[in-house]
Ligand binder design. Structure first.
Ligand code: SAM
Length: 285
């Protein structure tokens, strides 16, 4: 039995050399017709290191912590959670917070670059040695072992899945990795507002101040292409599937989750009437 599922993968995840390496991909690749790029697997090409490094250096973690508060930590404590699998580790923000709060945390992500950055961030922020595993959600159980009290999929990550089959598969994999009374916490942007209110809702979101501006550049029922602009005028994009809130709730219950509670906003990036984000808490039993 494999008791340390991250062991092999940590070596793998720290391998990519982002600076000065010929394998580094510096520009995003969307081809001639960016709005046709609607593929689940494309996320690894969208999070190029220069984009992620810029994001992380501008959105400082303290500000992000202030804006998010203890929402997730309080929720997990309320549920008596001890072990957590962070399936969308990214650069490690939530994993590090969870470790600092004393949760037994394993950090997974499909992008090796992200995990390498998360590992570095863990060391920088309080000497945490992140237990990282490179794993795509569609085949999570193949690469991550064990059962967890909670799985977190945060930072509007689930939106990267472009087919219903992939979404069902990913949710089923999350379900299978939870203990019988475990919970899944998954957040998403409020795409209903963007889809239904059309251009009026196409406001620019400013993250933690005015440093990074984010706005939907193109929207239809199958794609929300977000534009990220930084103070040095550099621009990046992410192609995302615009998840409707009730659709996600339905999928969760169809996959087997018994009870789903949905919260509006925990962070205020825009002071409108509608929440910018929803957080779903789904109970396995
Ligand atoms: N939770 C982090 C945060 O809030 O800062 C990171 C969020 S980032 C928007 C989304 C992350 O999900 C990326 O690190 C990406 O590599 C990962 N991801 C997207 N699709 C994935 C998939 N199919 N399997 C595994 N990871 C995936």
């Amino acid at each position: 039995p494999q008791t340390e599922p991250w062991r092999d993968c940590r070596a793998r995840a720290t391998l990519p050399q982002r600076k000065g390496s010929s394998t580094v991909q510096s520009a995003q690749e969307f081809g001639d017709n960016p709005v046709e790029v609607r593929e689940t697997g494309h996320y690894t090409e969208e999070y190029v290191p220069s984009f992620v490094e810029k994001w992380d250096s501008l959105i400082d973690w303290e500000k992000r912590e202030e804006s998010e508060g203890n929402f997730f930590i309080d929720l997990l404590r309320k549920w008596g959670v001890k072990s957590v699998l962070d399936v969308a580790t990214g650069t490690g923000f939530h994993s590090v917070r969870l470790l600092s709060a004393g949760f037994d945390t394993v950090s997974a992500d499909g992008s090796a670059d992200m995990l390498a950055m998360a590992f570095e961030n863990g060391m920088k922020q309080g000497d945490h040695i992140l237990r990282v595993v490179q794993a795509d959600w569609r085949w999570l159980n193949r690469d991550v072992h064990g059962e967890y009290d909670a799985i977190v999929c945060l930072g509007n990550s689930f939106t990267h899945l472009f087919s219903e089959r992939d979404r069902r598969k990913a949710l089923a994999e999350f379900y299978a990795m939870l203990k019988h009374d475990g919970i899944l916490i998954l957040d998403q942007r409020n795409y209903d507002a963007i889809l239904d209110d059309g251009y009026t809702s196409k406001h620019t979101y400013y993250y933690c101040g005015e440093d990074v501006s984010v706005a939907p550049e193109y929207v239809d029922e199958g794609l929300c292409r977000m534009r990220y602009e930084f103070p040095d005028d550099s621009v990046y994009h992410l192609n995302m599937f615009p998840l409707r809130k009730d659709y996600v709730r339905r999928l969760m219950s169809e996959v087997g989750f018994q009870h789903i509670e949905t919260y509006g906003d925990f962070q205020h990036t825009y002071r409108g009437e509608q929440p910018d984000f929803f957080v779903h808490v789904a109970e396995k039993e």
